[in-house]
Design a protein around this ligand. Structure first.
Ligand code: IPM
Ligand code: MG
Length: 360
């Protein structure tokens, strides 16, 4: 089969890790007889440097015309990078938010699970880890606080800033449906996270999620307040299957969940619209402190490419092969520095990519 894939290397370690993911995709093409036509898309700081803005219409059009988008990471060091001297709407992150909106990527899936091979990297005590954990956070990605009206004003000499958090029932319903569909293929439990003891948007969220749940009688629904959820993630992570939540809560909880696994360099993510189209990126950021050093872990991006094969291109056995190759390399004891432990063999970004490609 022939597919068109947009590649967004982005900033920081982005170009290095996307380079390795492309190596893997090329190997998949060779082995399974596919053709992937790549087109590079600028986003974030790279786009600011080349075009003066973090996202251009041309970039949106290219992404839209492809079957899927694979991204590295965007953004730089807020203290030192000139990108952060620009007004907020022209900074790298604004480009990421804008492309999510332009492509209608309302469903962000962020799996967080404990790798058996990497148990030692998990910061939790053994009795808390128990039999391990395997959850997926389903984060609403194009609504809520990050997209509401905002402004900063001065009233009677006092500075004041306003952000608005809005959700309508359609936005809640479509993300809830995604969460239930995913739970249906997993352990059949949805934990919907909100702040319904305070926020109107959360009270509507809860009602709509309950309406959706009525169509999925086999799935257990529970509601959890976000502050409690933050605690439960470190107290008893094994209780979660699918966590369904709004944009900002999902942003925060997904960072917490990935850190709890001890291997943030391993976790992939997908951002999907109503069709098969999606943007795939690692759950971690651009790590400007280690950019260009050849030591970044490319596995999260490689696993994101596997998710892309599965969800957007329907290439299940190819996705399985990539995931199995990653597992194999870990079993053989190869580690990048972020997941290194005693007795293992430390390798750099490129070697890790080569090792995985060889095993496909
Ligand atoms: C993420 C990031 C982004 C977000 C930033 C860079 C705008 O933190 O993907 O989680 O908050 O969505
Ligand atoms: Mg985040």
């Amino acid at each position: 089969m022939e597919y068109k894939i947009s590649l967004i290397p982005g900033d920081g370690i982005g170009p290095e890790i996307v380079g390795e993911a492309k190596k893997i995709l090329d190997k998949v093409c060779e082995k399974y007889g596919h053709t992937f036509n790549y087109e590079e898309v600028l986003l974030g700081g790279a786009s600011i440097d080349a075009c003066g803005v973090p996202l251009t219409q041309e970039a949106i059009d290219t992404a839209k015309s492809s079957d899927a988008v694979l991204m590295g990471s965007i953004g730089g060091d807020a203290k030192t990078s000139p990108w952060y001297k620009l007004e907020p709407s022209k900074r790298p992150e604004a480009g990421l938010l804008a492309i999510r909106k332009a492509l209608n990527l309302f469903a962000n899936l962020r799996p967080a699970y404990l790798y058996n091979e990497l148990k030692g990297a998990c910061p939790l005590k053994e009795e808390v880890i128990g039999d391990g954990f395997d959850m997926i956070i389903v984060r609403e990605l194009t609504g809520g606080l990050y997209f509401g009206e905002r402004k900063t004003v001065e009233e009677n000499g006092v500075r004041k800033a306003i952000d608005t958090l809005t959700y309508d029932e359609k936005e809640i319903r479509r993300i809830a449906v995604k969460a239930f569909e995913i739970a249906d293929k997993r352990k059949k439990k949805v934990t919907s996270v909100d702040k319904a003891n305070v926020l109107d948007s959360s009270r509507l969220w809860r009602k709509v999620v309950e309406e959706v749940a009525a169509d999925y009688p086999d799935i257990t629904l529970e509601h959890m307040l976000v502050d409690n959820c933050a605690m439960q993630l470190v107290h008893n992570p094994g209780q979660f299957d699918v966590i369904l939540t709004e944009n900002m809560f999902g942003d925060i909880l997904s960072d917490e969940a990935s850190m709890v696994t001890g291997s943030i360099g391993m976790l992939s993510s997908a951002s999907l619209n109503e069709t098969k189209f999606g943007l795939y990126e690692p759950s971690h950021g651009s790590a400007p402190d280690i950019a260009g050093k050849g030591i970044a872990n490319p596995i999260a991006t490689i696993l994101s490419a596997a998710m892309m094969l599965r969800f957007s291109l329907d290439l299940d056995k190819e996705a399985d092969a990539v995931e199995a190759a990653v597992q194999q390399v870990l079993k053989e004891g190869y580690r990048t520095v972020d997941i290194m432990s005693e007795g293992m063999k430390q390798v750099g970004t490129k070697e890790m990519g080569d090792l995985i490609a060889e095993r496909i």
